[in-house]
Ligand binder design. Structure first.
Ligand code: HEM
Length: 347
Protein backbone atom coordinates (compact mmCIF):
# COMPACT_ATOMS: atom_id res chain seq x y z
CA UNK A 1 0.00 0.00 0.00
CA UNK A 2 1.52 3.33 -0.92
CA UNK A 3 0.82 6.59 0.83
CA UNK A 4 0.89 9.91 -0.82
CA UNK A 5 0.48 12.88 1.47
CA UNK A 6 0.37 11.02 4.74
CA UNK A 7 3.86 10.31 5.89
CA UNK A 8 3.88 7.37 8.20
CA UNK A 9 2.63 8.74 11.50
CA UNK A 10 4.50 8.01 14.67
CA UNK A 11 2.70 5.34 16.54
CA UNK A 12 2.64 6.43 20.15
CA UNK A 13 6.31 7.29 19.73
CA UNK A 14 6.50 9.21 22.98
CA UNK A 15 5.11 6.30 24.96
CA UNK A 16 7.39 3.69 23.42
CA UNK A 17 10.42 5.94 23.17
CA UNK A 18 10.82 4.74 19.59
CA UNK A 19 12.51 7.15 17.18
CA UNK A 20 11.78 5.16 14.07
CA UNK A 21 8.64 5.94 12.15
CA UNK A 22 6.58 2.84 11.59
CA UNK A 23 4.28 2.73 8.61
CA UNK A 24 0.77 3.73 9.42
CA UNK A 25 -1.74 0.98 9.21
CA UNK A 26 -4.28 1.62 6.52
CA UNK A 27 -7.65 0.11 5.95
CA UNK A 28 -8.43 0.39 2.28
CA UNK A 29 -12.16 0.46 2.93
CA UNK A 30 -11.78 3.92 4.50
CA UNK A 31 -11.26 7.47 3.35
CA UNK A 32 -11.35 7.42 -0.37
CA UNK A 33 -11.94 10.57 -2.34
CA UNK A 34 -15.66 10.46 -1.93
CA UNK A 35 -16.55 8.37 1.03
CA UNK A 36 -19.65 6.54 2.12
CA UNK A 37 -21.18 7.55 5.43
CA UNK A 38 -19.71 5.71 8.42
CA UNK A 39 -21.89 3.33 10.32
CA UNK A 40 -24.26 5.44 12.34
CA UNK A 41 -23.83 5.11 16.07
CA UNK A 42 -26.04 4.87 19.17
CA UNK A 43 -29.49 6.38 18.82
CA UNK A 44 -28.79 7.58 15.30
CA UNK A 45 -28.18 3.99 14.39
CA UNK A 46 -31.46 3.00 15.89
CA UNK A 47 -33.33 5.74 14.09
CA UNK A 48 -31.70 4.97 10.76
CA UNK A 49 -32.58 1.33 11.34
CA UNK A 50 -36.18 2.23 12.01
CA UNK A 51 -36.24 4.43 8.94
CA UNK A 52 -34.92 1.59 6.84
CA UNK A 53 -37.57 -0.77 8.17
CA UNK A 54 -40.24 1.78 7.42
CA UNK A 55 -38.87 2.07 3.89
CA UNK A 56 -37.62 5.09 1.97
CA UNK A 57 -40.35 7.32 3.39
CA UNK A 58 -39.29 6.57 6.94
CA UNK A 59 -35.64 7.23 6.17
CA UNK A 60 -36.29 10.51 4.50
CA UNK A 61 -38.49 11.55 7.42
CA UNK A 62 -35.61 10.81 9.76
CA UNK A 63 -33.26 12.81 7.56
CA UNK A 64 -35.73 15.68 7.34
CA UNK A 65 -36.51 15.79 11.05
CA UNK A 66 -32.90 15.61 12.24
CA UNK A 67 -31.92 18.35 9.82
CA UNK A 68 -34.87 20.47 10.90
CA UNK A 69 -33.90 19.85 14.53
CA UNK A 70 -30.47 21.34 13.89
CA UNK A 71 -32.00 24.28 12.04
CA UNK A 72 -34.61 24.89 14.75
CA UNK A 73 -32.02 24.62 17.49
CA UNK A 74 -29.88 27.25 15.88
CA UNK A 75 -33.01 29.44 15.44
CA UNK A 76 -33.94 29.01 19.11
CA UNK A 77 -30.44 29.86 20.24
CA UNK A 78 -30.48 32.96 18.08
CA UNK A 79 -33.83 33.92 19.64
CA UNK A 80 -32.20 33.88 23.09
CA UNK A 81 -29.92 36.69 22.01
CA UNK A 82 -31.00 40.04 23.38
CA UNK A 83 -32.40 42.41 20.81
CA UNK A 84 -29.93 45.09 19.67
CA UNK A 85 -26.94 43.21 21.04
CA UNK A 86 -23.96 44.10 18.87
CA UNK A 87 -20.90 42.11 19.93
CA UNK A 88 -17.57 43.92 20.09
CA UNK A 89 -14.05 42.58 19.68
CA UNK A 90 -13.98 42.12 23.48
CA UNK A 91 -17.03 39.85 23.27
CA UNK A 92 -15.27 37.70 20.67
CA UNK A 93 -12.19 37.64 22.89
CA UNK A 94 -14.38 36.19 25.66
CA UNK A 95 -15.46 33.43 23.28
CA UNK A 96 -11.81 32.83 22.34
CA UNK A 97 -10.92 32.54 26.03
CA UNK A 98 -13.70 30.05 26.68
CA UNK A 99 -12.55 27.90 23.74
CA UNK A 100 -8.92 28.12 24.89
CA UNK A 101 -9.90 26.89 28.36
CA UNK A 102 -11.93 24.07 26.86
CA UNK A 103 -8.96 22.84 24.79
CA UNK A 104 -7.13 22.07 28.01
CA UNK A 105 -9.96 20.05 29.48
CA UNK A 106 -9.06 17.10 27.28
CA UNK A 107 -7.61 15.07 30.16
CA UNK A 108 -6.74 11.60 28.85
CA UNK A 109 -8.04 12.36 25.34
CA UNK A 110 -5.30 11.75 22.77
CA UNK A 111 -2.26 13.87 23.70
CA UNK A 112 -4.08 15.95 26.32
CA UNK A 113 -5.53 18.70 24.12
CA UNK A 114 -8.60 19.07 21.95
CA UNK A 115 -6.68 21.65 19.92
CA UNK A 116 -5.86 19.50 16.86
CA UNK A 117 -9.43 18.20 16.63
CA UNK A 118 -10.89 21.71 16.87
CA UNK A 119 -8.47 22.93 14.19
CA UNK A 120 -9.58 20.09 11.94
CA UNK A 121 -13.22 21.13 12.38
CA UNK A 122 -12.39 24.70 11.31
CA UNK A 123 -10.46 23.45 8.27
CA UNK A 124 -13.09 20.93 7.12
CA UNK A 125 -15.84 23.51 7.44
CA UNK A 126 -13.83 25.95 5.29
CA UNK A 127 -12.18 23.57 2.80
CA UNK A 128 -15.39 22.73 0.93
CA UNK A 129 -15.13 26.01 -0.99
CA UNK A 130 -15.32 26.12 -4.78
CA UNK A 131 -14.14 29.42 -6.24
CA UNK A 132 -15.98 28.85 -9.56
CA UNK A 133 -19.45 28.31 -8.14
CA UNK A 134 -18.74 30.27 -4.94
CA UNK A 135 -20.30 27.47 -2.93
CA UNK A 136 -19.06 25.89 0.30
CA UNK A 137 -16.60 27.45 2.73
CA UNK A 138 -16.94 28.58 6.31
CA UNK A 139 -19.92 30.90 5.94
CA UNK A 140 -22.86 28.64 6.73
CA UNK A 141 -21.34 25.95 8.98
CA UNK A 142 -23.29 23.32 7.08
CA UNK A 143 -21.46 20.42 8.73
CA UNK A 144 -24.16 20.69 11.41
CA UNK A 145 -26.51 18.98 8.98
CA UNK A 146 -26.75 15.56 7.45
CA UNK A 147 -25.50 14.29 5.11
CA UNK A 148 -22.39 16.54 5.41
CA UNK A 149 -21.92 15.58 9.08
CA UNK A 150 -21.74 11.95 7.90
CA UNK A 151 -19.25 12.47 5.06
CA UNK A 152 -16.35 10.06 5.62
CA UNK A 153 -13.82 12.90 5.74
CA UNK A 154 -15.70 14.32 8.72
CA UNK A 155 -15.49 11.17 10.85
CA UNK A 156 -14.79 12.07 14.45
CA UNK A 157 -15.65 15.73 14.05
CA UNK A 158 -18.95 15.17 15.87
CA UNK A 159 -16.83 15.27 19.02
CA UNK A 160 -15.45 18.67 18.03
CA UNK A 161 -18.93 20.00 17.20
CA UNK A 162 -20.26 18.76 20.56
CA UNK A 163 -17.43 20.52 22.38
CA UNK A 164 -18.16 23.74 20.56
CA UNK A 165 -21.83 23.48 21.62
CA UNK A 166 -20.64 24.11 25.18
CA UNK A 167 -19.24 27.43 24.03
CA UNK A 168 -22.27 28.22 21.90
CA UNK A 169 -24.64 27.75 24.84
CA UNK A 170 -22.71 30.40 26.78
CA UNK A 171 -22.47 32.78 23.81
CA UNK A 172 -25.64 32.11 21.78
CA UNK A 173 -25.17 35.28 19.71
CA UNK A 174 -22.16 33.93 17.80
CA UNK A 175 -22.74 32.17 14.47
CA UNK A 176 -21.46 28.63 14.12
CA UNK A 177 -19.13 29.61 11.30
CA UNK A 178 -17.55 32.34 13.45
CA UNK A 179 -17.40 29.99 16.43
CA UNK A 180 -15.72 27.13 14.57
CA UNK A 181 -13.16 29.29 12.77
CA UNK A 182 -12.39 31.22 15.96
CA UNK A 183 -11.87 27.76 17.46
CA UNK A 184 -9.28 27.04 14.76
CA UNK A 185 -7.51 30.32 15.54
CA UNK A 186 -7.54 29.62 19.28
CA UNK A 187 -6.22 26.09 18.70
CA UNK A 188 -3.26 27.32 16.63
CA UNK A 189 -2.40 30.21 18.94
CA UNK A 190 -2.78 28.21 22.16
CA UNK A 191 -0.58 25.43 20.74
CA UNK A 192 2.29 27.96 20.41
CA UNK A 193 1.56 28.76 16.78
CA UNK A 194 1.58 32.18 15.10
CA UNK A 195 -1.11 34.85 15.42
CA UNK A 196 -3.82 34.16 12.84
CA UNK A 197 -5.72 37.29 11.74
CA UNK A 198 -9.48 36.65 12.04
CA UNK A 199 -12.68 38.50 11.19
CA UNK A 200 -16.25 38.01 12.40
CA UNK A 201 -19.26 38.02 10.12
CA UNK A 202 -20.23 34.48 9.08
CA UNK A 203 -23.92 33.66 9.22
CA UNK A 204 -25.76 30.41 9.93
CA UNK A 205 -27.06 28.68 6.85
CA UNK A 206 -29.49 25.80 6.34
CA UNK A 207 -29.05 22.22 5.18
CA UNK A 208 -29.55 23.07 1.52
CA UNK A 209 -26.44 25.30 1.61
CA UNK A 210 -24.29 22.18 2.10
CA UNK A 211 -21.96 20.94 -0.63
CA UNK A 212 -21.63 17.38 -1.95
CA UNK A 213 -19.17 14.82 -0.59
CA UNK A 214 -15.71 14.65 -2.15
CA UNK A 215 -14.53 18.25 -1.78
CA UNK A 216 -11.89 17.52 0.88
CA UNK A 217 -8.51 15.89 0.11
CA UNK A 218 -7.90 12.17 0.17
CA UNK A 219 -4.65 11.15 1.85
CA UNK A 220 -4.07 8.22 -0.48
CA UNK A 221 -3.84 10.28 -3.67
CA UNK A 222 -0.97 12.17 -5.27
CA UNK A 223 0.11 15.65 -6.28
CA UNK A 224 -2.48 16.12 -9.06
CA UNK A 225 -5.28 15.38 -6.65
CA UNK A 226 -3.96 17.89 -4.12
CA UNK A 227 -3.60 20.54 -6.83
CA UNK A 228 -7.15 19.90 -8.01
CA UNK A 229 -8.68 20.03 -4.54
CA UNK A 230 -6.73 23.05 -3.26
CA UNK A 231 -6.76 24.76 -6.65
CA UNK A 232 -10.56 24.64 -6.50
CA UNK A 233 -10.33 26.60 -3.22
CA UNK A 234 -7.90 29.08 -4.84
CA UNK A 235 -4.59 27.90 -3.33
CA UNK A 236 -1.25 27.43 -5.13
CA UNK A 237 1.61 24.96 -4.53
CA UNK A 238 3.33 27.05 -1.87
CA UNK A 239 0.05 27.45 -0.01
CA UNK A 240 -0.72 23.72 -0.20
CA UNK A 241 2.64 22.96 1.39
CA UNK A 242 2.24 25.66 4.05
CA UNK A 243 -1.24 24.38 4.97
CA UNK A 244 0.04 20.80 5.25
CA UNK A 245 2.31 21.94 8.09
CA UNK A 246 -0.80 21.76 10.29
CA UNK A 247 0.01 18.07 10.54
CA UNK A 248 2.71 18.93 13.05
CA UNK A 249 -0.39 18.81 15.25
CA UNK A 250 -2.66 15.94 16.17
CA UNK A 251 -2.82 12.38 15.07
CA UNK A 252 -4.65 9.84 12.94
CA UNK A 253 -7.28 7.51 14.37
CA UNK A 254 -8.06 4.03 13.07
CA UNK A 255 -11.79 4.53 13.51
CA UNK A 256 -11.78 7.87 11.64
CA UNK A 257 -9.36 7.78 8.70
CA UNK A 258 -8.03 4.24 8.98
CA UNK A 259 -4.53 5.58 9.67
CA UNK A 260 -2.98 5.60 13.10
CA UNK A 261 -0.61 7.81 15.12
CA UNK A 262 0.83 11.35 15.12
CA UNK A 263 3.14 12.85 12.48
CA UNK A 264 5.56 14.46 14.94
CA UNK A 265 6.91 14.00 18.45
CA UNK A 266 5.09 17.08 19.78
CA UNK A 267 1.52 16.81 18.47
CA UNK A 268 0.17 19.60 20.68
CA UNK A 269 2.82 22.22 19.81
CA UNK A 270 2.97 23.81 16.38
CA UNK A 271 6.50 23.69 14.95
CA UNK A 272 8.06 23.11 11.52
CA UNK A 273 8.97 19.60 12.66
CA UNK A 274 6.58 18.05 10.16
CA UNK A 275 8.78 19.28 7.28
CA UNK A 276 12.03 18.37 8.99
CA UNK A 277 10.86 14.81 9.47
CA UNK A 278 9.92 14.59 5.79
CA UNK A 279 13.59 15.05 4.92
CA UNK A 280 15.12 13.10 7.77
CA UNK A 281 13.39 9.86 6.90
CA UNK A 282 13.33 7.92 3.66
CA UNK A 283 9.81 8.50 2.44
CA UNK A 284 7.70 8.36 -0.67
CA UNK A 285 5.45 11.20 0.30
CA UNK A 286 4.06 13.57 -2.19
CA UNK A 287 5.50 16.70 -0.56
CA UNK A 288 9.04 15.48 -1.14
CA UNK A 289 8.40 13.57 -4.37
CA UNK A 290 6.93 16.45 -6.32
CA UNK A 291 9.65 18.92 -7.34
CA UNK A 292 7.60 22.04 -6.77
CA UNK A 293 6.14 20.91 -3.43
CA UNK A 294 9.60 19.78 -2.31
CA UNK A 295 11.07 23.25 -2.84
CA UNK A 296 8.60 24.79 -0.37
CA UNK A 297 8.81 21.89 2.08
CA UNK A 298 12.60 22.35 2.18
CA UNK A 299 12.25 26.08 2.78
CA UNK A 300 9.83 25.49 5.68
CA UNK A 301 12.05 22.76 7.14
CA UNK A 302 14.94 25.24 7.19
CA UNK A 303 13.12 28.35 8.38
CA UNK A 304 10.46 28.09 11.04
CA UNK A 305 9.75 31.85 10.97
CA UNK A 306 8.99 31.65 7.27
CA UNK A 307 6.67 28.71 7.93
CA UNK A 308 4.85 30.60 10.72
CA UNK A 309 4.41 33.69 8.55
CA UNK A 310 3.10 31.81 5.53
CA UNK A 311 1.00 29.44 7.63
CA UNK A 312 -0.73 32.31 9.48
CA UNK A 313 -1.60 34.13 6.29
CA UNK A 314 -2.86 31.08 4.37
CA UNK A 315 -4.91 29.75 7.30
CA UNK A 316 -6.47 33.17 7.76
CA UNK A 317 -7.54 33.07 4.09
CA UNK A 318 -8.71 29.44 4.39
CA UNK A 319 -11.05 30.37 7.24
CA UNK A 320 -12.55 33.21 5.19
CA UNK A 321 -13.40 31.14 2.12
CA UNK A 322 -16.97 31.54 0.97
CA UNK A 323 -17.80 34.61 3.05
CA UNK A 324 -18.99 37.58 0.96
CA UNK A 325 -16.92 40.67 1.80
CA UNK A 326 -19.99 42.74 2.68
CA UNK A 327 -20.67 40.40 5.60
CA UNK A 328 -17.50 41.25 7.54
CA UNK A 329 -18.20 43.28 10.66
CA UNK A 330 -14.88 45.15 10.34
CA UNK A 331 -12.80 45.82 7.21
CA UNK A 332 -9.57 44.79 8.96
CA UNK A 333 -9.04 41.41 10.64
CA UNK A 334 -8.51 41.22 14.38
CA UNK A 335 -5.60 39.65 16.23
CA UNK A 336 -7.02 37.79 19.22
CA UNK A 337 -4.93 37.56 22.39
CA UNK A 338 -3.69 34.25 23.69
CA UNK A 339 -4.48 33.28 27.28
CA UNK A 340 -0.78 33.57 28.10
CA UNK A 341 -0.59 37.11 26.76
CA UNK A 342 -3.60 38.16 28.80
CA UNK A 343 -2.06 36.57 31.85
CA UNK A 344 1.20 38.49 31.30
CA UNK A 345 -0.72 41.77 30.87
CA UNK A 346 -2.38 41.33 34.28
CA UNK A 347 0.92 40.95 36.09
C1 HEM B 1 -3.22 18.44 2.32
C2 HEM B 1 -4.27 17.63 2.37
C3 HEM B 1 -4.73 16.99 3.64
C4 HEM B 1 -4.99 15.67 3.82
C5 HEM B 1 -4.94 14.58 2.76
C6 HEM B 1 -5.32 15.49 5.21
C7 HEM B 1 -5.63 14.27 5.79
C8 HEM B 1 -5.76 14.06 7.15
C9 HEM B 1 -6.03 12.79 7.77
C10 HEM B 1 -6.23 11.47 7.03
C11 HEM B 1 -6.05 12.98 9.11
C12 HEM B 1 -6.29 11.94 10.20
C13 HEM B 1 -7.71 12.02 10.70
C14 HEM B 1 -7.99 11.05 11.84
O1 HEM B 1 -7.80 9.84 11.62
O2 HEM B 1 -8.37 11.50 12.94
C15 HEM B 1 -5.79 14.38 9.35
C16 HEM B 1 -5.72 14.95 10.59
C17 HEM B 1 -5.52 16.28 10.81
N1 HEM B 1 -5.48 17.27 9.84
FE1 HEM B 1 -5.33 16.98 7.86
N2 HEM B 1 -5.27 16.68 5.84
C18 HEM B 1 -4.93 17.64 4.93
C19 HEM B 1 -4.81 19.00 5.14
C20 HEM B 1 -4.99 19.61 6.36
C21 HEM B 1 -5.05 21.04 6.57
C22 HEM B 1 -5.03 22.08 5.44
C23 HEM B 1 -5.18 21.25 7.92
C24 HEM B 1 -5.30 22.53 8.67
C25 HEM B 1 -4.90 23.70 8.23
C26 HEM B 1 -5.19 19.93 8.54
C27 HEM B 1 -5.26 19.71 9.89
C28 HEM B 1 -5.32 18.48 10.49
C29 HEM B 1 -5.21 18.26 11.92
C30 HEM B 1 -4.95 19.33 12.99
C31 HEM B 1 -5.35 16.87 12.12
C32 HEM B 1 -5.29 16.11 13.46
C33 HEM B 1 -6.70 15.92 13.99
C34 HEM B 1 -6.73 15.15 15.30
O3 HEM B 1 -5.70 15.02 15.97
O4 HEM B 1 -7.83 14.71 15.67
N3 HEM B 1 -5.11 18.99 7.57
N4 HEM B 1 -5.64 15.01 8.15
Amino acid sequence: MSFSLLRAPLRRAAATGARSIPRAQFRSSYRHYSTPPPEAKSNNNLLIGLGAVAGIGGLSFYYYSSTRDAELKSGLQAAKVKANFVPTKEDYQKVYNKIAELLDEAGEYDDGSYGPLILRLAWHSSGTYDKETKTGGSNYATMRFQPESLHGANNGLNLARDLMEKVKSEFPWISYGDLWTLGGVAAIQEMQGPKVPWRAGRIDGVATDATPDGRLPDATQGADHLRNIFGRMGFNDQEIVALSGAHALGRCHTDRSGFVGPWTFSPTTLTNEYYKLLFNETTDYVLVQDKSFKKYAKAYAQDSELFFRDFASVVSRLFELGVPTQQWVTPEPWIMKSLEEQHEEKK
